[in-house]
Design a binder for this molecule. Structure first.
Ligand code: HEM
Length: 400
């Protein structure tokens, strides 16, 4: 049976304030228990930058082949799944998708993404409170990934609903209910995708779905089920995360460094490094691996097959890498060293795409609006979503 793991159980967080602001706990762990064994969960936990980086990238010691995971999607292994594979299999599987995601291939998508950004930003009304999550942070990533894959973009609301459910974090108090919901969403989502794949087989186009249909893996082509599962995985992977990035970006620029927005207006060349600083400073993420053999690399003896968690958001504030790490600063040098996209062979395949979306969104926004602020009555902890550390809405007031 698959053991489940609950971050809540390790952090012992109880209040919404703690979920929204876990950073004091990370700091305490970095200072007092940087390598921590959680007996109840039988997991090792690392909080320093160098350790987290090694856990993410050293696949010989820390394997991705595992039967329990923090990643809140059902563990389906198949020939195309990357997340749970180690080299050499991993390399072959990744090769099938990698081509579509290189910055060069994405270059051809630039005008389409920019047009979409403009359409969405045109709809943002000045002078009254608008929810920037609903207006921009949600529709942008889901529409882009649907276009890239070759799935009807008009269905984005339904696609978003399914992937929200599939990627919902485990909740200790609602295990059965969530499993039921996820099963149903997975079934409906694949019933929706099968006819699209069949249709695409007859009319190949310039999209990722057509690439997958034509890809050969160890002398064979993928069947419909494998393709449907890959598409579902990508629609999910590219969605929630990029929405969180864009939302957090708007939060950081309003609250964490209020004079930054004016500086960005004067010098939009600062936009890409601002996006990196948001990824470093405000993105809650942890990665897990299975310990592949007994080891004492971090000091204490850790046993083969125990689970280890790299607390990336803690690593991203490790002072040894990021001086004044608890401060958000768009002028920071080296913010891009953050581990929010992982490290090593599993480094996020969609990183160039996520970066592009956030950069274009912010560039267009600073060009269009003189300033913005959070709506007066906006209190972050009252707007946390089902994944408890993410804002499900962010109410802002913009001025032209
Ligand atoms: C892998 C984060 C956006 C597709 C990963 C990993 C992280 C990550 C941390 C590594 C997992 C591990 O080491 O176990 C993020 C963040 C994003 C983002 C923070 C947005 C801000 C995207 C997008 C796509 C995508 C837009 C694609 C459409 C993938 C895929 C992998 C992956 C396919 C698996 C790579 C592999 O295992 O080799 N992502 N991701 N991600 N991501 Fe992303």
């Amino acid at each position: 049976t698959q053991e489940q793991l609950y971050l809540q159980e390790i952090t012992r967080f109880k209040t919404k304030e703690q979920f929204w602001n876990p950073y004091p706990w990370y700091k305490e762990m970095r200072e007092n228990s940087p390598v921590f064994y959680d007996e109840q969960q039988d997991t090792w936990n690392v909080f320093l930058y160098k350790d987290a980086k090694q856990v993410a990238g050293d696949y010989q010691l820390f394997s991705s082949a595992r039967d329990r995971s923090l990643i809140p999607v059902p563990l389906q292994d198949n020939k195309v799944n990357l997340i749970f594979a180690d080299p050499p299999d991993h390399r072959k599987r990744r090769g099938l998708l990698a081509k579509a995601f290189t910055p060069r291939s994405l270059e051809t998508w630039k005008p389409r993404i920019q047009n979409l950004v403009h359409e969405l930003i045109e709809r943002v009304a000045a002078g009254k409170a608008v929810d920037i999550v609903e207006e921009l942070a949600v529709p942008l990533p889901v529409t882009v990934i649907a276009k890239l894959l070759g799935v009807p973009t008009g269905d984005w609301k339904q696609i978003k609903e399914w992937s929200d459910i599939l990627f919902m974090s485990h909740d200790y108090n609602r295990i059965e209910e969530l499993n039921r919901l996820k099963e149903q969403a997975g079934r409906e989502f694949s019933e929706y995708l099968y006819p699209i794949v069949m249709e695409k087989r007859l009319n190949l186009e310039d999209d990722l779905l057509s690439d997958l249909i034509q890809a050969e893996y160890e002398g064979a082509f993928f069947n419909d089920t494998e393709i449907v599962q890959t598409v579902m995985g990508l629609l999910g992977a590219g969605n929630e995360t990029t929405t969180t990035l864009i939302t957090n970006m708007f939060y950081c620029l309003a609250e964490d460094q209020p004079d930054a927005y004016g500086q960005l207006r004067k010098d939009p060349g600062l936009v890409p490094q601002t996006v990196e600083e948001v990824l470093r400073y405000r993105f809650n993420i942890a990665l897990d691996r299975r310990i592949a053999s007994d080891t004492d690399v971090f000091g204490p003896l850790m046993r083969k097959d125990q689970l280890i968690i790299a607390w990336v958001s803690s690593a991203n504030r490790d002072e040894s890498q990021f001086p004044n790490g608890e401060i958000f600063d768009i002028h920071r040098e080296g913010a891009g060293k953050h581990l929010t996209f992982g490290s090593g062979n599993h480094f996020c395949l969609g990183a160039p795409l996520a970066r592009m979306e956030a950069v274009y969104a912010l560039e267009a926004f600073v060009k269009r609006f003189a300033r913005y602020r959070l709506a007066d009555d906006f209190i972050p902890k009252d707007h946390l979503g089902p994944n408890s550390h993410e804002l499900k809405s962010l109410s802002i007031v913009v001025e032209e």
